[in-house]
Design a protein around this ligand. Sequence first.
Ligand code: SAM
Length: 340
Amino acid sequence: MQIPEKLLQSLAGIKGFNKETFEQIHQSGEQVTSVRFNPKKVSSMVNGEWSINNNIQHSPLAIHQKIPWSSQGYYLKERPSFTFDPSFHAGSYYVQEASSMFLEEVLKQTTDLTKPLRVLDLCAAPGGKSTLIQSLISIESLLVSNEVIKSRANILEENIIKWGATNVVITNNDPKDFSRVENYFDVIVIDAPCSGSGLFRKEPEAINEWSEENVNLCNQRQQRIIADVWNSLKQDGILIYSTCSFSQKEDEDILDWIGDEFSVDSLQLAINKDWNIVETNSSKKNYFGYRFYPDKLKGEGFFIAALQKKRWRSFFLSKNKKTNNGKNNQQRNRINKTMD
Ligand code: SAM
């Protein structure tokens, strides 16, 4: 597998990037398969047996290890033929790449999940993040799971139906349609379409589609998507932005762009050191981002960050949140000092 030289050059100097081990892991041929159980259907998993819909049965999955940042995620020893497994079609589990499951931690650390929430998963097909979000929110909460491409929205619908949720609405809209729903969502997840370098190990054919021009196009599209839905995020609401690209232009630079365009705080997450997730800072605003490198952990390339839409009142309310917003943080500290 030949990683594009231009990509390698663009990653030089980015925190956590090690050219040698990065190339080695891509050449190793190693494949990681992981699944996330549906807690409504699978209640325990012990010694090759699982309790599925309250019946103890032999599990068709060869479980290897728990995924450390996920409550329901497991690595498998080998990749079975999922299509021959009835429990797969019944929505007992979702085959999901391990790094992506970190969304659970981001939600838990930034949002009170016990509250009734309105969550928008804007780029949702085929449904990995949506099924995860659905398992975490309360039954009083609403998840709007949106996909702009009709054929992909159909697959999303199938997967959500299999998952068996009653608090999910599936929509097939362009992001700009949401701008009319002002100040509505508590959380918006944007798992943005991207140049896909994080998935080269899993999908080597994606290498042929990679180019610097495409990275630039993705950067422009990502900005457009965020701008289109910004109005629909509540004040104090949380924006979770992720990609499966290693390119700074699609990751940290997008955070800087958001900071230039809108009034936000960047949220820092508590990360267990053993997980080997790399915390980065955007070059202009120092906003926090989290990078997943396949040569550092058992998962594919992934980037995720959480931002909070600011309002004046939030200066006084968010004292207990760790944020990084340069000048605004100093301003808040000054305000907090005068309040104390
Ligand atoms: N979140 C999904 C999951 O976890 O299963 C994966 C989403 S994938 C990274 C990005 C999605 O964005 C794709 O389904 C793609 O069809 C959609 N997309 C492509 N162009 C878009 C656009 N201009 N606006 C919104 N979504 C777009």
